[in-house]
Design a binder for this molecule. Structure first.
Ligand code: SAH
Ligand code: SF4
Length: 365
């Protein structure tokens, strides 16, 4: 039998996995084990508490499963705002990814990556210009939590999938990661504090709805005009806006979501003029939403320009006059290159020569 990595197994299936490998008292053992590796962050068999897990049990575990750290190198950066910390890590196998922790009062939000790179190709996003290297395994995603908690001594209270990659393009691993973040026998993070941000893949949104996946979902709309969306999000050519918006409506109704967050990267000369304001007022009928406007962080890609605050104010003011609920999102750590799409240079520097350059992550508070 192969040796699956313990962190890749949904904690809800751990008991069955133990049982099928001949372990006794599988259910209570699985619960203890889930807590030890997720909430308490044991990164190897040696780090399992000896009082709870006797020598014989650990030996048998080691025969049946893997529990090695996949983060093999790590660099940490702290922003001068004292609220933002970024890790640039190399995973076993050589790919580099980043994650960012943002402190807000007593809460600590971890912005995680779901893929090394991204296949969606958004032209305003540095990750999108570089292609997909590979999907992360569920345990690689959640090891970021263990790593951040160890290095800072803080508990992660919230997780957002706003780092590298399109989470719904790595559906199974992301859903397993969410289960393990959420379960009491895992990290025990409230389901309301786990957020998946998606570029908007209607079939995957519908799958989330039919499987009753209870995590929060943010949809990166960026324009309510199909042509503009296609221009900045190449994958939007495959998915027409009405279909995407229907999938969002269905999700909202079935999951009883009060407000759906729609994200909107503000790109002057592209998606902020009167026609785009009107399209938002027109196309979003039937959806109860909040439009989260993210002023574009300059990543040097796509020939775009960052908006001025006056431009952002004019845009949001116009939307409010049409009764569109709008919020502006400040990208934490932006000055030190920790905001959305700004991590290219550092990611490149840890990629061994001969590899394709790993894409930068995109992070925001
Ligand atoms: N792939 C997912 C999640 C990661 S991106 C998605 O696209 O939703 C998280 C958010 O950052 C998305 O809304 C994305 O559009 C935005 N983003 C990407 N690059 C950005 C940039 N350069 N400036 C501001 N926001 C950016
Ligand atoms: Fe991928 Fe999201 Fe960047 Fe688009 S914005 S390329 S979907 S990570």
């Amino acid at each position: 039998m192969d040796r699956p990595h313990l962190r890749d197994i949904p904690v809800t299936r751990l008991a069955a996995e133990l049982e099928s490998r001949g372990f006794e008292k599988a259910a209570p053992r699985a619960h203890q084990l889930g807590i030890a590796i997720h909430r308490d962050g044991a990164r190897s068999f040696d780090e399992l508490p000896r009082l709870e897990f006797g020598r014989e049990f650990r030996r048998k575990l080691e025969e049946s499963f893997e529990l090695t750290p996949r983060i093999v190198e790590s660099q940490i950066r702290r922003a001068s705002d004292a609220h933002t910390t970024k890790w640039l890590v190399r995973l076993a196998g050589g790919d580099a990814v980043e994650f960012v922790m943002i402190k807000h009062w007593d809460d600590h939000t971890l912005c995680v990556s779901s893929q090394a790179g991204c296949a969606m190709g958004c032209t305003f996003c540095a990750t999108g210009t570089m292609g997909l290297r590979r999907n992360l395994a569920a345990g690689e995603i959640t090891e970021a939590i263990v790593h951040a908690e160890r290095e800072t001594g803080k508990r992660i209270t919230d997780v957002v999938f706003m780092g590298m990659g399109e989470p719904l393009h790595n559906y199974d691993s992301v859903m397993t990661a969410c289960v393990n973040m959420n379960e009491r026998g895992g990290h025990g993070i409230s389901r309301r504090r786990i957020t998946i941000s998606t570029v908007g893949l209607p079939h995957a949104i519908r799958r989330m709805t039919s499987e009753r996946r209870i995590w929060r979902m943010h949809v990166s709309l960026h324009s309510a005009v199909q042509e503009t969306r296609e221009r900045i999000i190449p994958v939007a050519k495959l998915y027409q806006l009405p279909d995407l918006l229907d999938a969002v409506r269905e999700h909202q109704a079935a999951m009883k979501v009060k407000w759906v967050t729609l994200q909107y990267v503000a790109l002057p000369g592209v998606n902020m003029d009167e026609a785009h304001v009107e399209a938002l007022g027109r196309e979003l009928n039937g959806i109860k939403y909040i439009l989260n406007v993210i002023p574009w962080n300059d990543t040097g890609t796509g020939g775009f320009r960052a908006p001025t605050w006056d431009e952002v104010r004019a845009f949001t003011g116009r939307l409010r006059s049409l009764n569109c609920p709008v919020k502006v999102r400040y990208s934490a750590g932006k000055r030190e290159g920790m905001g959305c799409g700004q991590l290219a240079a550092e990611t490149r520097s840890v990629v061994p020569s001969g590899h394709m350059i790993a894409p930068p992550g995109i992070f925001s508070a």
